[in-house]
Design a protein around this ligand. Structure first.
Ligand SMILES: [Zn+2]
Length: 409
């Protein structure tokens, strides 16, 4: 059954609608323009903008209007009114960013993720990075809204825990959110890395807020974030978008799930490295297990492909076609108009994949005669998941979301 709302919550919602409208306008907006754009009464707009000015969330930025009538005062977001921290935990590398209210990254740090099976050493390392980030930035901690953390899935979002991610050994229902809240005293939210990346794309991708797209995330593992008509799909526990066990090659290698040729054993960087080793292209590194060695071998392989070495090109093209097959399953199911690739290992693959994937996708897509699907690289760069996690924290201040109006049970 749907829950209702009350007047104070309506007021908060209207406030976030106004804040969001001002943020989205590059030139700023006057009160009169806000009344026209949003449909609230002049009195309501005046009261709410007064509150936002008092809270330092917006500033008055000069006057406009040369014609008859009173000049209008322009309202803009105050970038330094609030900040948020975003953390991306990849099994190989962690990234922390500090973002202002306009979504600009002011500071960033990256560090190799500590090896070993002990979650507490990784949590300590995250805290260390967050503290250094805050110190280096010199911002007033009172203005930091909180920390958004993007770990690999699966997660239990309501509980704020990370549940047995395949590539973080020793992580079993780790209460990541509570550990960070306890250590920092700040609000913390946990979102799966791929979903955070999709949110960053909505905020900063410049593709409009009503579109439908899939974000294909290529990190140590491969996952997807899904956005339909501007809304992120999360599912019941925050784990929507798991594509690791879509079969791309029925005769391919055995997967831990019992099937053969899943995305998880045919498309991720490790699988490509193993394939290159089996074909005699790379020195055999199979005895080593660290993420760094895989990353190095993966880069060797991609560089060789860029040089035009036939075996390397063949491996990447095959992986691109397999990835396209998995992506087509989602593209058909959700009827999206865009596929965006990104993540820490996307860069070296981009040239070959952007050549192969669009054509392969055409072969598999159901709606190909109705509308095109654009295949693009993220415009946000390799920090996309950390940036998305920070955006999610800022959304709590900024974003007008109707689901926040519902009264709690
Ligand atoms: Zn599988």
């Amino acid at each position: 059954m749907r829950r209702g709302t009350n007047l104070p919550m309506m007021g908060d919602f209207n406030q976030s609608v106004i804040l969001d409208a001002i943020r989205r306008s590059s030139e700023g907006l006057s009160r009169v323009e806000l009344v026209e754009a949003i449909g609230l009464s002049p009195q309501a707009v005046s009261n709410i903008t007064r509150r936002l000015l008092d809270a330092d969330l917006i500033v008055e930025a000069g006057k406009t209007g040369s014609g008859p009538g009173k000049p209008r005062t322009i309202l803009r977001i105050n970038p330094s009114g609030r900040y948020a921290i975003g953390v991306h935990l990849d099994p190989a590398v962690m990234t922390v960013v500090l973002m202002d209210l306009m979504g600009s990254v002011l500071h960033r740090r990256t560090q190799e993720t500590p090896l070993g099976n002990d979650p507490s050493s990784i949590i300590d390392a995250i805290l260390h990075e967050v503290r250094l980030l805050i110190d280096e930035s010199g911002v007033d901690t009172e203005r930091i809204e909180g920390i958004g953390v993007a770990p690999p899935g699966p997660i239990d979002q309501p509980a704020g825990t990370v549940v047995d991610p395949p590539l973080l050994l020793g992580w079993h229902r780790v209460p990541l959110r509570d550990a960070l809240v306890k250590a920092t005293g700040m609000p913390v939210l946990v979102e799966k890395d791929v979903t955070a990346a999709a949110v960053a794309e909505i905020w900063g991708g410049g593709h409009g807020s009503t579109q439908s797209f899939i974000f294909v995330y290529i990190g140590t593992g491969i996952g997807s974030g899904m956005v339909v008509n501007g809304e992120v799909l999360r599912g019941t526990s925050g784990n929507a978008g798991e594509i690791g066990h879509i079969v791309t090659d029925p005769g391919g290698p055995h997967c831990s799930c019992g099937l053969r040729g899943c995305v998880a054993v045919t498309c991720d960087p490790r699988s490509l490295v193993l394939e290159a080793e089996a074909l005699g292209m790379l020195k055999d590194l199979r005895q080593r297990s660290g993420g760094t060695e895989i990353a190095e071998s993966f880069l060797h392989l991609c560089t060789a492909a860029e040089r035009g070495e036939p075996v390397a090109v063949e491996i990447l093209d095959r992986a691109a076609a397999r990835t396209a097959r998995a992506v087509s399953v989602l593209a058909n199911m959700l009827d999206v108009d865009r596929v965006i690739f990104g993540g820490p290992f996307w860069g070296p693959l981009a040239t070959r994949y952007l050549e192969v994937v669009p054509a392969s996708l055409l072969d598999f897509r159901a709606a190909r005669s109705i509308h095109p699907v654009e295949v693009v690289s993220t415009g946000i760069g390799e920090d996309v998941a950390a940036i998305g996690a920070a955006c999610l924290m800022l959304e709590q201040t900024l974003g007008p979301r109707a689901d926040r109006l519902l009264l709690a049970n």
